[in-house]
Design a protein around this ligand. Structure first.
Ligand SMILES: Nc1ncnc2c1ncn2[C@@H]1O[C@H](COP(=O)(O)OP(=O)(O)O)[C@@H](O)[C@H]1O
Ligand SMILES: [Mg+2]
Length: 583
């Protein structure tokens, strides 16, 4: 079929084709140049009349295919199409470590087998225009894993952030494959019959609350830190924490007493403090011992005709007796659950006790934060942070990943009917929780989480949060997550909006047809090892076909992805049906 090599350069080879074969479709097929035990593999790019132009992709050494070509073919090499065994080296073979989710249209529709470990223990990006098969492809990828004979991923934890609930139909009956497989939905949409999303507020750290309240300044970060610390202290009632509360209250009252405010304002501020925190010893009804007489604490604050507190000295002495400098660095070891209202109280306490509102440099930050927190507390969104009970992070994750002792291999976190910015924060908080949990496991990577983010460009953006928090959770997971077993799987039709760091850390890519020039340019820049050939190839793909490349694929391979069964609910609206009326 192939007569001789016309030319060899760094990129590939030109070959003269035997005239009788000029009509055979050769595009995309692989050639082997064989001479002296050396086998070099090329892929055919184009056929011009009787000249075949190809580029090098790898070598076969001792019966194994290796990517990249060190030894160019000899000019007298025998040229032939790959034989079936060699094709299997490229598109994989069925084994107990591989699975299949599609076929190779170039090789007689043979099944493509992919190493399970390689694809699921690395980050993956799935890109392509809208309507090209990303959701179908993702659903099929996962269904195929659960349908793989002899493989029982019972302990898998696949977390889907699914804005439109499109994956529910694809996975809800997975227990028909095996009764031990379970799928669970938690949703923000109150109209659905699924478990409603509810997060434990007290497990949120400073950064989570900062995102939730859309903090913008360093001052607000400091305030949030104080507020959380106070909320934790106020939630505890053991003896040490109680002494600490007295210390805090006493110091706050002294700050108020030594301020330049009028006595009436001071009194109001001190009385106001007791709405946020009080103890058995320090409260308005506490009995204060004077020299030979007693007073209720409340009554010490009468203002006399000279405009001063009648019991000014007694107040100061009494309060000072609760100040113990050794408590300044006290951190309660444990804390109980608290609510948004408790956080509001803690914030109010922090603002008064540290005089944030009287300082022109901190006033505006303080008020903004207070208003944002109050707005959240009285909003409909507050219900997503009102999980009752006192769970730990481990308990919480178990509660969403297990039901009645059975494992939910797929958890669909359905973020419908909420505003985009809240959805974004919820995704970040969950990812932070999974990452934190995985990081503290004694046996590294023993509980892997595979996180799938649909419409990832909405959540995973370049540079976000870095100014305020100093890091972005997705960048961090993309760099460190793999070693702890937290893998990101991003699905997006707008690659330009996706974080550069995250994109470039992915080991595997499934690229469905992408046509927007800016997206193509971005993919070319961001994705390691992508070549012009790959870019050109993906432009001609039909829906359901993707170009798969990365560490799980020997060479960039076009795969016709099997139709998922059942399909996700991602179809376009049928306009002709929806617009028409019956005549
Ligand atoms: N593997 C496939 N084989 C055949 N048709 C497909 C396949 N994947 C997708 N399609 C068709 O393309 C449409 C859009 O697919 P979908 O996965 O929803 O696209 P995307 O998520 O990229 O917007 C589907 O409704 C289906 O008709
Ligand atoms: Mg989709």
């Amino acid at each position: 079929m192939f007569e001789q090599i016309i030319r060899i350069n760094d990129r590939g080879a030109e070959i003269k084709l035997n005239k009788n074969n000029a009509n055979i479709s050769l595009l995309g097929l692989h050639l082997v140049f064989e001479s002296n035990e050396k086998k070099v593999v090329c892929e055919i790019d184009s056929v011009n009349d009787d000249v075949v132009i190809s580029h090098f992709i790898g070598e076969i050494i001792d019966g194994k295919f290796y990517n990249g070509v060190i030894h160019k073919p000899d000019t007298n090499a025998q040229i032939r199409l790959m034989n079936p065994e060699e094709i299997e080296m490229i598109i994989g073979v069925k084994s107990n470590t591989t699975f299949t989710f599609g076929i190779s249209p170039f090789y007689d529709n043979k099944r493509v087998y992919v190493d399970i470990n390689n694809i699921f223990s690395n980050h993956l990006t799935i890109l392509g225009n809208s309507g090209c098969g990303k959701s179908y492809g993702t659903a099929r990828l996962i269904q195929s894993i659960f349908k793989t004979e002899g493989f029982l991923p019972y302990k898998a934890s696949l977390i889907f952030f699914d804005n439109n609930g499109e994956y529910i139909s694809a996975f809800e009956n997975m227990n028909r494959i095996n009764p031990n497989y379970h799928f669970k939905v938690i949703t923000t949409n109150m109209a659905y019959d699924y478990k409603k999303l509810s997060m434990p507020l007290w497990l949120l750290g400073v950064d989570d609350i900062a995102l939730l309240l859309r903090a913008t300044t360093a001052n607000q970060m400091i305030l949030i830190e104080r507020m959380i610390k106070l909320a934790r202290v106020f939630s505890q009632n053991d003896e040490m924490t109680n002494k600490f509360k007295n210390h805090l209250l006493a110091k706050a009252m002294l700050t108020i007493l030594y301020s330049n405010d009028l006595p009436v304002t001071k009194r109001n501020n001190i009385f106001g403090l007791f709405n946020t925190c009080k103890t058995n010893e320090l409260n308005l009804e506490a009995i204060v011992q004077g020299a030979g007489y007693t007073r209720k604490f409340r009554d010490c604050f009468h203002v006399d005709s000279n405009g001063v507190f009648t019991e000014g000295i007694l107040i100061t002495e009494y309060i000072s007796s609760f100040v113990h400098p050794e408590f300044d660095d006290y951190e309660p070891k444990e804390y109980n659950s608290y609510s948004l209202v408790d956080l509001e109280k803690a914030l109010a306490f922090a603002l008064v006790s540290e005089d944030w509102l009287n300082n022109p440099l901190t006033y505006s930050d303080s008020i903004t934060l207070k208003v944002k927190l109050h707005t959240l507390t009285i909003s409909n969104d507050a219900k997503f942070f009102d999980l009752p009970g006192n769970v730990t992070l481990d308990d919480y994750l178990v509660s969403i990943l297990m039901d009645n002792g059975g494992k939910n291999q797929i958890l669909n976190i359905n973020l419908e009917d909420i505003d985009d910015s809240l959805a974004k924060v919820i995704v970040k908080i969950f990812c932070r929780m999974f990452f934190e949990y995985a990081k503290k496991l004694q046996k590294r990577g023993s509980v892997p989480f595979n996180i799938f983010v649909e419409e990832a460009h909405r959540y995973i953006k370049t540079g976000e949060d870095i100014d305020l928090l100093g890091y972005n959770i997705f960048d961090r997971i993309s760099k460190e997550g793999r070693k702890y077993g937290v893998m990101l799987n991003l699905i997006s039709q707008r690659p330009v909006e996706l974080s550069e760091t995250v994109m470039s850390q992915c080991a595997n890519y499934l690229i469905f047809k992408t046509t927007h020039p800016r997206d193509i340019e971005y993919i070319t820049q961001m994705v390691p090892y992508i070549t012009d050939e790959i870019i050109e190839k993906q432009k001609g793909l039909q829906p359901g076909y993707c170009l798969a490349f990365g560490s799980a694929f020997k060479v960039p391979t076009i795969i016709h992805v099997d139709i998922p069964d059942p399909v996700p609910n991602s179809d376009n609206v049928c306009i002709t049906k929806e617009w028409s009326i019956e005549r």
